[in-house]
Write a protein that binds this ligand. Structure first.
Ligand code: GLU
Length: 427
């Protein structure tokens, strides 16, 4: 299945809901403005690399760079379209972009990783900039990689340009609160939804005490870990997490920090049944990744890669709400099945928008040279995401028969097309 074609099909499916005076501009979202590709040569090795700049009607292109062996041009294009929508729904003045390198970072040493990162920065240097296109981390990339890329970029342009990359280390212009931002934003999104649902008799379960709301998280990278940590600090019960090797189930609710330490020590989550700081083999049991997805929990949080909930397993999903912390974890076929089974899906372009929102704050701080405290970042994130949720919820209620995903797309697309109309009404 072609990811970009899928994304376009979904855009088409909301055509009938787009404001009549804007719909004639919808086709402008069907082709990215620019797609750059090259082969990065590092020593004897070659790596295919891409940068897709989807749309910049609302502001500079914005989006991460992923390092993964499965990266394809179509995937990068789809991810860049989703970034346009994500920035729009978050209400931040940025457009959409995405980059990728076909590489398995686990198979290369740190020197090679640095060289690949620098080569990527040289490749995109003519096409990026604080007011042009602002990359950031994504799957398998991190603040260190952003530091190498920024350094290489600044060598080329010959001056500091901190606002050209976000997700940087704190010491060189990173923002407080950026590392946890995606996970934190996801927990906020979940809370807005639960609080809203709890007002409705049909969803009485959403008003249960937090300690009885059960959560299963697929993926225990930066996003999955922070979602688990913040949710459990707030009192929710995280009963299962997984990584690429397998999942663990801890009936009493696991301790994310101790679980992460245990995973780091052992190299995998196997046997890391940690409750209240103590890891004990009697406290949990292993599960397969598929079993985790099919657990009877209140909240299921896919936070790794695309298409983990698909036509094969969608019928078996028992969660009441799916919070999409990964980009595109539910395929269109699966989405229809979940909708039919009355499982609510908080869509990626809203649920994981916390990361890019704090990237925006980082960019603002870099450009102004004025840095904020973590509480200030957190508060501003809460305000923006709450506003985004309210817009999404209002559209969802107004249109009645649409999914949350459709409602989010409608809000996001209408905003981008308004900017398109204001900029280029006739072309
Ligand atoms: N990679 C993240 C995302 O998919 C963050 C992008 C950014 O901060 O620009 O939303």
């Amino acid at each position: 299945m072609d990811p970009f074609q899928n994304a376009i099909l979904f855009l088409e499916s909301i055509r009938k809901y787009i404001n009549p005076d804007l719909v004639k501009y919808l086709d402008r979202l069907k082709t990215p403005h620019n797609v750059y590709k090259t082969t990065l040569k590092v020593g004897k090795n070659s790596y295919l690399a891409f940068r897709s700049q989807h749309n910049n009607a609302l502001g500079p292109y914005k989006g991460g760079i992923r390092f993964h062996s499965q990266v394809t041009e179509s995937e990068v294009k789809a991810l860049s379209l989703w970034m346009s929508l994500k920035c729009s729904i978050a209400g931040i003045p940025l457009g959409g972009g995405k980059g990728g390198v076909v590489i398995d970072p686990k198979k290369v040493n740190v020197k090679e990783l640095e060289e690949v990162s620098r080569a990527y920065a040289r490749f995109v240097a003519p096409h990026i900039g604080e007011h042009v296109d602002v990359p950031a981390p994504d799957v398998n990339t991190n603040p260190q990689i952003m530091a190498w890329m920024l350094d290489e970029y600044e060598k080329i342009v010959g001056h500091h340009a901190l606002g050209t990359f976000t997700g940087k280390p704190l010491e060189i212009g990173g923002s407080q609160g950026r590392t946890k931002a995606t996970g934190f934003g996801g927990v906020l999104a979940m809370q807005y939804l639960l609080n809203t649902l709890a007002q409705d008799k049909k969803y009485e379960w959403a008003g249960k005490p937090k300690s009885q709301i059960t959560i299963a998280i697929q993926g225990f990278g930066n996003v999955g870990y922070w979602f688990a940590q913040i949710a459990s600090d707030l009192g929710y019960k995280v009963i299962a997490v997984s990584d690429s090797k397998g999942a663990i189930y801890v009936h009493d609710g696991l301790d994310p920090k101790a679980t992460l330490d245990c995973k780091r020590e052992k190299g995998s989550l196997a046997g890391c049944y940690c409750v209240g700081g103590v890891c004990d083999l009697k406290k949990g049991k292993p599960l397969s990744n598929d079993e985790l997805l099919e657990l009877d929990v209140d909240i299921l949080v896919p936070s790794a890669l695309e298409s983990v909930i698909n036509s094969q397993n969608a019928k078996k999903i028992k969660a009441r709400v799916v919070v999409e912390m990964a980009n595109g974890p539910v395929t269109p076929e699966a989405d229809a099945i979940l909708h039919k089974n009355k499982i609510l899906v908080l869509p990626d372009i809203f649920a994981n928008a916390g990361g890019v929102t704090v990237s925006y704050f980082e960019w603002v701080q870099n450009i102004s040279g004025w840095y904020w405290k973590e509480e200030e970042v957190d508060e501003r994130l809460d305000k923006l995401l709450k506003k985004a949720f309210e817009a999404l919820w209002q559209e969802y209620q107004r249109l009645k028969n649409v999914t949350f995903r459709q409602a989010a797309y409608i809000v996001a697309v209408n905003r981008i097309l308004t900017a398109e109309k204001l900029r280029r009404p006739t072309s």
